[in-house]
Design a protein around this ligand. Structure first.
Ligand SMILES: [Zn+2]
Length: 99
């Protein structure tokens, strides 16, 4: 068996943009356009956990359907846990400050 083929077949995804197709998700706070991002060599800060997203880490970017200029990069688990965690719900009233 030949260990490798001379030419890349069509079923071999390119290294960077594989699957980076935006799709719309419905969430309790409305629709979001979500796009998977392969590791792009740039560091972002995740609004879910306020930690940096490693330049080597695949993650997602999300934005409102009409507001792509304000897109945010999230760790994929943070995005998925966004509402399970309830971080953005019931925070506006009766929320004592830390400290
Ligand atoms: Zn995060």
């Amino acid at each position: 068996m030949s260990p490798r083929r001379a030419k890349r077949r069509d079923d071999t995804p390119p290294p960077l943009r594989a699957g980076a197709i935006p799709h719309t998700e419905s969430h309790p706070d409305g629709d979001w356009v979500v796009r998977p991002v392969s590791a792009g060599g740039k560091v972002y800060r995740c609004p879910g956990c306020d930690q940096e997203i490693s330049a080597h880490l695949a993650h997602i970017v999300a934005w409102r359907p009409n507001d792509e200029d304000n897109r945010r990069h999230w760790h994929t688990p943070c995005w998925n846990a966004r509402f399970r965690r309830g971080a953005n719900i019931h925070r506006s009233r009766n929320a004592p400050r830390h400290g």
